[in-house]
Design a protein. Structure first.
Length: 112
């Protein structure tokens, strides 16, 4: 009876040892996978920051070009005048625009 219990205890210990070993291997594999995921996430984060910086720079360049173009300034001023309620003759005179362009701006931007 004692030897049977001893045998059962030894079998349980062997099973337990195998389970612990299997669990340790699984933990090692999972740690490795987590490290790979972490490296990937850091790489993606770095690329995202670089992309955001690039987009911001492009937006600044685009805004700067908008103000560097003399024609854009004239049309921006004319649109602003339309929004403020200026009449056709005043827009043509102040912005030196032909009648057709001034009429087009008024029809596009006038608040009817």
């Amino acid at each position: 009876m004692f030897s049977k219990r001893l045998q059962q205890s030894q079998n349980s210990n062997v099973k337990l040892h195998k389970q612990v070993h299997s669990d340790a291997e699984q933990i090692s594999i999972l740690r490795s996978e987590i490290a790979e995921v972490r490296a990937s996430v850091l790489s993606i984060g770095k690329r995202l920051v670089e992309s955001e910086s690039y987009v911001k720079e492009l937006a600044q360049q685009q805004a700067a070009q908008k103000y560097d173009d003399p024609d854009a300034k004239i049309y921006s001023r004319a649109v602003k005048m339309v929004e403020l309620g200026a009449d056709l003759e005043e827009i043509m005179r102040e912005c030196e625009l032909p009648r057709a362009e001034a009429e087009l701006l008024m029809s596009l931007h006038n608040k009817s």
